[in-house]
Design a protein around this ligand. Structure first.
Ligand SMILES: Cc1cc2nc3c(=O)[nH]c(=O)nc-3n(C[C@H](O)[C@H](O)[C@H](O)COP(=O)(O)O)c2cc1C
Length: 122
């Protein structure tokens, strides 16, 4: 079963997650179920670094994560959403989207379509 796990500080990633139509768990409170396929929504800190909660989460559950989307801000220039590139490179998890603010409706739909291909019953 697909679940969304979200690492969100100011709430933008959480709001994006809530539009996807799957159960959403805060990264700090997620309890793994062996049937879960996790879609991760996270953010960047310190010039494109992966946050500590996301690092801890990936250490435990990377192999259950099917894809990642990253909330960011283009004002950070080259490091816009760069945690997503690092997750893709370091953990082999596909980076599906970098989005800014609440994300555009077409971006929400892009992720929904990608997830629906993984779970045809949705
Ligand atoms: C200390 C700090 C560092 C940040 N570094 C980056 C960055 O390198 N790249 C980026 O795209 N956004 C960066 N941001 C912006 C956040 O990632 C962005 O606001 C994000 O949308 C927050 O998601 P959230 O609302 O789910 O917490 C940074 C924000 C803070 C406070």
């Amino acid at each position: 079963m697909i679940v969304i796990v979200v690492d969100s500080m100011t709430g933008l990633g959480k709001k994006f997650a809530d539009k996807l139509g799957y159960p959403v768990f805060d990264i700090q409170h997620y309890q793994h179920d062996s049937k879960d396929e996790v879609f991760l929504i996270t953010r960047s800190v310190n010039f494109g670094e992966i946050t500590e909660p996301t690092k801890l989460f990936l250490t435990a559950y990377a192999k259950h994560v099917i894809g990642v989307a990253v909330s960011g801000n283009r004002s950070w220039g080259k490091t816009f959403g760069a945690a997503g590139d690092k997750i893709q490179l370091g953990y082999g998890i596909p980076l599906i989207l970098k989005f800014e603010g609440l994300g555009f409706p077409h971006e929400v739909n892009q992720v929904k379509s990608w997830l629906a291909q993984r779970s045809p019953s949705k």
